[in-house]
Design a protein around this ligand. Sequence first.
Ligand SMILES: Nc1ncnc2c1ncn2[C@@H]1O[C@H](COP(=O)(O)OP(=O)(O)OP(=O)(O)O)[C@@H](O)[C@H]1O
Ligand SMILES: [Mg+2]
Length: 404
Amino acid sequence: MTAQPNSITAHSEITVPSKPSLKRQISVDANDLQSKLEAHQKRIYPPLAKKSMRRLTSAEVSKFLGIHEGYLRQLAAEGKAPLPEVQPNGRRTYAIEEMNVLREFLEGTKSPRRYVPHRGEGEKLQILSVINFKGGSAKTTTASHLVQYLALKGYRVLAIDLDPQASLSTMFGHQPLLDVGYNETLYGALRYDDERVGVEQIIRSTYLPGLHLIPGNLELMEFETTTPKADDVALFYTRITEALQPVAEHYDIVVMDCPPNLGFLAMAALCAATSLLITIHPQMLDVLSMAQFLRMTGDTLEILSNAGAKEDYDWMGYLITRYEPSDTPQNQMVGYLRSIFGPRVLQNPVLKSTAIADAGLTKQTLYEVDRSKFHKGTYDRAMESIDLANGEIEALIRSAWGRQ
Ligand SMILES: Nc1ncnc2c1ncn2[C@@H]1O[C@H](COP(=O)(O)OP(=O)(O)OP(=O)(O)O)[C@@H](O)[C@H]1O
Ligand SMILES: [Mg+2]
């Protein structure tokens, strides 16, 4: 009989809960969700697993070197070029480093063509902001494919994750909570107190030669809270340009993946940029949101210009993303955008594709995934549209350097 009072006590402890605070519940939900997501991430992508780049086919190497596949075969037949061994299956595949050795070899031949595209004297560092405050407009997908494409084409590229959500960092295998510590985001090089570090200390190499990364995490939010309190608040817009100065000569192109808002960080990115890429999903609500974004950006840039902010952009482009050619309202919207913005809308939209979405689920780009894992037609269509859009952006960058 002694058990009864105890069980009543235990029961009453459980059934008389204090009134739950929903405010507190948000943090509880956040913790629950975060720990479940982390566990899920660890399962699909263990923290100690290092991402690596697969070997490239001859067709891909020809594409990234800008040579005909027949020329590659001719080089193999002549036996003078440094090529990797043929695989047991009779095919020749290339590690990126091996492709780059071949690139250097071609650059050293008597051909007047340039194969190593690094910028030269008088060609200024290109700083490209991928921006739009509409969430989910494919900024990160665009930025991650673009930086990999540019690195594979032989440029020296720095990718900067400016989004506290850190999706770009995750794409590159850096998990914001596990792998990115105190002062290891760009905030470390922007902060206003004496804990500021040089940008060289926060740049990481990636598994892709020629591509470096400054990762992001929630720490970036501190720029939003510390900037209004800073002594030199009026000069926040020069912050990123100044931070990048010491490493500028090591890169040809910097690509910043911006957060989906127009806070101080995004404004500093707008001011540091030499060009803007505005990603847009061609649907009414997204375009309405972009109209607001353009109005606010225009007003902000005007105020900052009056306060002495930098010169003009080299170019700006609207990139249509997640485009479905068979969707009539989307087509009307694209026509509408082209009629208003003219040539600033890039010719080549990026198609909506399950290949891009599926690759994203495993934190990979189309350049990383194995084509054989996809339906070939689906992969090839998506890859072609990504390559064409990236090629058009590369051409804009080159024309800013005065090249053909
Ligand atoms: N071309 C595409 N085809 C199919 N899915 C796509 C395509 N581009 C992007 N997506 C998917 O759309 C979602 C949003 O893309 P992404 O994260 O790149 O947008 P974002 O603008 O960076 O978002 P945020 O504003 O939250 O930073 C992702 O799940 C991504 O995989
Ligand atoms: Mg993003």
